[in-house]
Design a protein around this ligand. Structure first.
Ligand code: CP3
Length: 358
């Protein structure tokens, strides 16, 4: 029996299909380069801080009406070409059996991290979406509340990046516990990453079904691996994840510090490859080949600079893209909390009004 693909066709209206963002994902020409920004709904924005003054970060994620408000307010205030679901890559760890807390001023903490091979047995498969139903509620409500032509991006963390958090128990500089685990016990590492990949596939397909028109997989910390280690310890699990996703839904494959991994990331999967500022966009795209789209790649710190500098740097990126179909403008990583909102708005206007010089 052949399975019919799970295309959320009822939610993919003509207006959404012909949005500049989804056209760029499909590498079709657009009049104006689409732009959205990672962490566009975040602490740099007064409206976000007002919502957060009433509830904790986790509560905000778990209340669909508040998550919707965070996403929609940011998208409207900025005039971006796509909105991103308000959630966090670590939420999926809770139903898998890890105790997650966002401690004040410390970032995420896992109270029962995975430290030895036997701990992998406590990682439960994600049987269904019951425990993450609030995320799907936020997808549905956000889809309804957004302007009809603004695509909604769902997202999840990549197996490697999630494993880093699950093993380290929080953020880390060198990921030494996660990498030591991987070298010491490659079998248990594999089982762990397969479980994370399978759970993430269920989660992402459910977000697309609930109303997300595109998905982004965040492999934020994978740049810590050598190419050989990426091939052994991350790539097979990324391929396993991408292989289970609905092929009708565009997926952005994002990482940072991955200048030496780009071809391997492309081979693992994804419709669009996320680039950070440590690579030249044109050279990276050439290396990847022009049958994938690219997203990026302004350094978020440039948004703290004077407007003239922002303009020079944004122009350089747009010139490098050279109006080739398939470029989505973004930062190379999330907006920093100290970023002035006016600079973000100015960047968006610059991108929307860009005219090549020649
Ligand atoms: O606007 C958006 O981009 C959508 C929402 C979003 C958040 N986190 C909200 C958030 C997305 C897409 C994420 C992804 C995420 N979460 C990643 C991958 C992207 C990246 O930055 O590399 C990672 C690694 C996380 C884990 C995480 N969540 C950390 C390390 C932290 C603490 C660091 C910090 O900035 O405080 C969070 C908290 C978090 N996630 C905040 C937001 C808006 C700040 C929480 C607050 O309000 O205090």
């Amino acid at each position: 029996m052949t399975e019919t693909p799970v295309t959320p066709s009822s939610l993919l209206t003509d207006q959404l299909w012909s949005s500049s963002f989804l056209k760029a994902c499909r590498r079709e020409p657009v009049d104006v380069t689409p732009i959205w920004l990672m962490r566009q709904a975040g602490r740099y924005m007064a409206e976000y801080r007002a919502i957060r003054s009433k509830v904790s970060f986790l509560e905000l994620c778990k209340r669909p009406e508040l998550a919707t408000e965070a996403t929609v307010t940011a998208a409207l205030r900025l005039g971006v070409d796509a909105a991103i679901l308000f959630a966090d890559i670590l939420l999926i760890l809770e139903p898998l059996g890890l105790e997650l807390e966002f401690a004040k001023g410390e970032g995420p903490v896992i109270h029962n991290p995975i430290r030895i091979a036997a701990d992998v047995d406590r990682v439960r498969p994600l049987g269904d979406m019951a425990a993450l139903d609030y995320v799907l509620g936020a997808v549905r409500l956000t889809r309804e509340a957004l302007p009809a032509a603004t695509p909604l991006i769902g997202f999840a963390g990549a197996p490697f990046t999630l494993a880093c958090y699950a093993i380290e128990g929080g953020g880390s500089r060198h990921y030494e516990q996660a990498k030591a685990f991987m070298y010491r016990d490659p079998g248990a590492w594999s089982v762990l990453l397969e479980r994370l990949a399978d759970a993430t596939a269920v989660y992402l397909n459910a977000q697309a079904q609930a109303g997300a028109q595109a998905l982004q997989v965040f492999d934020s910390w994978v740049g810590t691996l050598s190419p050989g280690d990426y091939r052994r310890f991350a790539q097979p699990h990324m391929a396993r994840l991408f292989g289970q996703l609905d092929p009708a839904v565009p997926v952005i494959h994002f990482g940072t510090g991955t200048a030496m991994l780009l071809e391997l990331q492309r081979d693992a999967g994804g419709t669009v490859i996320g680039l950070d500022w440590r690579v030249e966009l044109d050279l990276a795209w050439q290396r990847l080949g022009h049958d994938v789209a690219v997203q990026g790649n302004l350094d978020p710190v440039v948004l703290l600079a004077p407007l003239e500098e922002i303009e020079v740097q944004a122009r350089r990126i747009l010139d490098q893209a050279g109006r080739r179909p398939g470029h989505i403008f973004n930062l190379g990583h999330g907006i920093l909390p100290q970023t002035p909102v006016d600079n973000v708005r100015a960047l968006i206007e610059l991108v929307h009004s860009y005219q090549p010089r020649f």
